[in-house]
Design a protein around this ligand. Structure first.
Ligand SMILES: [Mg+2]
Length: 377
């Protein structure tokens, strides 16, 4: 019997929501948040033929508002009952049901949608990028995040990672005085040379005046974009800033849905969008958001949240491979973790992210490690 023939009969046996705390190699500091240990939800979907699909979503108190207990509850009490006993061949309809079951809760929906996609790909014997229409590119150049409290440490780290092959860097701003941050950006640019992509992310931490001052002073740094200088709900402020800012603006915390993307574009508030599975509710919605970006002429920056493991990194690698454009790069975060939950972490070789080539996400999760990092609830 063919894989397809078998797949038609495979049903979902159980759905587990597993809260984990994954230690980072070192703390990442950004406006409004300091992360030493990443609290993530893993979703494990087991089929009646023994195959297991995995999905992941990080908590994001400052972005989606999702916290572990709420994510766990959303999966156990609302989403899992929609799936148990259903055939995985109905994934499209199941994903739609998950999307509409609850308002918000995009983190929980994301982990479920990702696990469904992983399992479906495994049952059909095809990689996720093929389920999403087929890869357009194999070369994926991730950004390296510089988030040290001291500029000297950012410079030293940038030099080290440049030598290791990284070609995209992102600075965390919105923490100190904007003049100081602009000078730091110029110094980092000097260290990187003119051919390496550099951008800055304020994580909503700036006022209008500070953002304008930073953008003007940092002009010699040749930033590709400034991400989310103003609060997520300040669409008017972003639109006004875009008119006077010499650097293109990227929306991140402002974008929780495709409707947000369309509205921000209509207002002239962004020139590109940070697309995250946790904000949009999974790989399917993220793929639709990227298609919307292409239609609107927006640049795309595809990203994991600090710090998701190789489960989410694999999803982003597959999404990045099918993105209509990826001109503002991608961020993965598995390399910030002291230990991954996957047997073979998604590798970054000479600054190039390798897409796993197995079926589904293409990663093998160590259940023993998941148990070790499990947060007892
Ligand atoms: Mg951001």
């Amino acid at each position: 019997m063919s894989e397809d023939g078998q797949g038609a009969r495979v049903r979902i046996r159980r759905v587990d929501a597993i809260p984990v705390a994954l230690p980072l190699k070192k703390a990442v500091v950004m406006a409004g948040e300091r992360i030493e240990c990443s609290r993530n939800l893993l979703v494990r979907i087991e089929a009646d033929d023994g195959r297991v699909g995995w999905g992941e979503a990080s908590v994001a108190p400052q972005m989606t508002g999702d916290l572990l207990p709420g994510m766990v509850c959303a999966v156990r009490e609302w989403l899992a009952p929609l799936l148990v006993g259903q055939p995985i061949s109905a994934r499209g309809a199941l994903a739609r049901r998950v999307e509409r079951a609850l308002v918000g809760n995009t983190g929980a929906k994301c982990a479920v949608d990702m696990a469904l996609a992983d399992l479906h790909g495994q049952v059909l014997g095809v990689p996720l990028c093929d389920l999403l229409g087929g890869a357009l590119r194999d070369d994926l150049l991730p950004m390296y995040l510089l988030g040290n409290p001291r500029i000297e440490d950012d410079i030293a780290e940038a030099q080290r990672e440049l030598a290791a092959g990284w070609r995209f860097f992102k600075l965390k701003i919105g923490i100190k005085d904007p003049r100081e941050e602009a000078e730091a950006a110029i110094e980092v640019r000097r260290c990187l040379g003119p051919d390496v992509a550099l951008c800055a992310d304020a994580n909503t931490g700036m006022t209008f005046a500070d953002a304008r001052l930073f953008a003007q002073r940092a002009e010699p740094a040749g930033l590709m974009f400034i991400e989310q200088p103003l609060p997520g709900d300040d669409f008017d402020g972003m639109a006004a800033l875009a008119k006077v800012c010499p650097v293109p603006l990227n929306g991140d915390e402002s974008i929780g849905s495709i409707a947000d993307l369309v509205m921000l574009h209509r207002m002239g508030a962004i020139q590109g969008a940070n697309v995250k599975t946790i904000k949009l509710g999974g790989v399917g919605p993220a793929a639709r958001a990227m298609t919307t970006c292409e239609s609107l002429g927006l640049s795309i920056n595809l990203a994991c949240k600090v710090a998701e493991s190789s489960i989410a990194a694999a999803a982003v690698a597959h999404l990045g491979s099918v993105a209509p454009n990826l001109d503002w790069g991608l961020n993965v975060t598995q390399h910030y973790l002291a230990e991954d939950v996957c047997d073979t972490p998604v590798p970054i070789v000479r600054g190039n992210l390798r897409r796993p080539d197995g079926a589904g996400l293409g990663v093998t999760v160590s259940e023993a490690r998941v148990e070790r990092f499990r947060v007892r609830d």
